[in-house]
Design a protein around this ligand. Structure first.
Ligand code: ZN
Ligand code: ZN
Length: 104
């Protein structure tokens, strides 16, 4: 999931991006989230920031939730059956995409 999929607002006072899903949880908890507290979107839709769709998970737990599907994936380039290396691409295509700076 790309960070740009999240709903965010520029906080001019603190000079940083504020993510709506973090604000929703922080308002609910009445405190700030720690940096290792990640918010998982239960329906995997990053734009659905209703409280019932948000789950507080640790950083490592969050990685685990998102990883399994990717682990045995093949490259997402059409007609490329090479096992995925990173971000859903095989080594060759990942290097190519990364150089071009496309996709994320
Ligand atoms: Zn998540
Ligand atoms: Zn490939």
């Amino acid at each position: 999931m790309k960070m740009t999929d999240y709903v965010r607002e520029w906080d001019n006072d603190n000079r940083l991006w504020v993510y709506e899903h973090r604000t929703v949880i922080e308002n609910y908890l009445g405190r700030s989230l720690y940096s290792d507290e990640h918010i998982h979107h239960i329906d995997e839709n990053p734009k659905n920031n209703s409280l019932s769709n948000l789950d507080i998970v640790s950083k490592s737990e969050h990685c685990r939730i998102h990883k399994p599907a990717l682990k045995n994936r093949l490259c997402s380039i059409e007609n490329c059956d090479v096992k995925h290396h990173s971000k859903g691409y095989c080594k060759k295509h990942y290097a190519r995409m990364f150089r071009k700076g496309q996709g994320w």
